[in-house]
Design a protein around this ligand. Structure first.
Ligand code: 5GP
Length: 196
C-alpha cells in the first residue's frame, strides 16, 4: 500500500531497532482519509470471505477497524483493556502481554457481542510478537466463533508474530511489512533500498 509506505517514511520515527512511532496518523493523531483507504484495502483483501463482525483491541486498533467495518457494512467490536462499571459481568477474557508497555493485562469482551455463528475479521495497528492477535483469537474461540482472517496495518516481519499466527493456520494480510528498523531507518520487506 504505497500511500501508507509514504506516510511511514515521511512521518514515522524509528525509536529503536524494534519500535516505530507513528503517532501523527495512527497512534495519537489520526489521518481519517488514510484510515478510509486502509478500510477499503482490508475490505478488498478479504472480499471473498463471509464476515459478520470486525474485532479489534482498544485503543489504536479502533480507527482502522472502524473504517474496515464501515466499508464492509458490519458492526465493529473492540476488546477492552480495563473493565468498567457499565460492562456486563458475563465476559470472555484473555491475557495479553503488551509489547510497548511490557505489562500483562486482561482483555475483555462482553459475551453478548460474540456468538458461535459469527465470522470474525480481526484488525490491529501493529503486529510484533503476536500477543494481541493471539489474545483476540482466544476470545473468538471461547465464543465458538470463526476467525476468517487477520488484517494488520503495519507488520514488523523481523518479529515472530506473523509467523506464529500463520503457523496456526490463520490468514494474515499486512498492508505494509517492515523487514528492519536498524540504523534508524525503515526498510520494507522485498525492497533493497534503505529509506532515511
Ligand atoms: P504484539 O502483541 O504483536 O506483540 O504487539 C502488537 C501491539 O503492540 C499493537 O497493538 C501495538 O499497539 C503495539 N506495538 C507493537 N509494536 C509497535 C511499534 O513498533 N510501534 C507502536 N506504536 N506500537 C507497537
Amino acid at each position: 500500500m504505497d500511500c501508507l509506505k509514504k506516510k511511514i517514511l515521511s512521518e514515522g520515527l524509528v525509536l529503536s531497532e524494534t519500535v516505530l512511532k507513528v503517532d501523527s496518523f495512527l497512534n495519537h493523531q489520526l489521518d481519517p482519509s488514510l484510515m478510509m483507504e486502509i478500510g477499503k484495502e482490508f475490505a478488498k483483501r478479504f472480499h471473498h470471505q463471509k464476515i459478520s463482525k470486525v474485532l479489534t483491541i482498544e485503543t489504536s486498533g479502533i480507527a482502522p477497524a472502524f473504517a474496515t467495518a464501515l466499508v464492509l457494512n458490519v458492526p465493529l467490536v473492540f476488546a477492552r483493556k480495563q473493565k468498567t462499571v457499565t460492562m456486563d459481568t458475563d465476559c470472555y477474557t484473555a491475557e495479553v502481554h503488551s509489547f510497548t508497555k511490557n505489562t500483562t493485562h486482561t482483555i475483555t469482551i462482553s459475551k453478548k457481542f460474540l456468538s458461535a455463528d459469527d465470522h470474525i475479521l480481526l484488525i490491529d495497528d501493529f503486529l510484533a510478537n503476536g500477543e494481541a492477535a493471539m489474545g483476540l483469537i482466544q476470545l473468538v474461540e471461547q465464543a465458538g466463533a470463526t476467525v476468517v482472517g487477520i488484517g494488520i496495518v503495519i507488520e514488523k516481519s523481523f518479529q515472530p508474530g506473523a509467523r506464529k499466527i500463520k503457523e496456526k493456520g490463520y490468514p494474515v494480510e499486512s498492508l505494509v511489512q517492515i523487514a528492519s528498523l536498524q540504523n534508524g531507518t525503515v526498510q520494507f520487506l522485498n525492497e533493497v533500498n534503505h529509506y532515511e
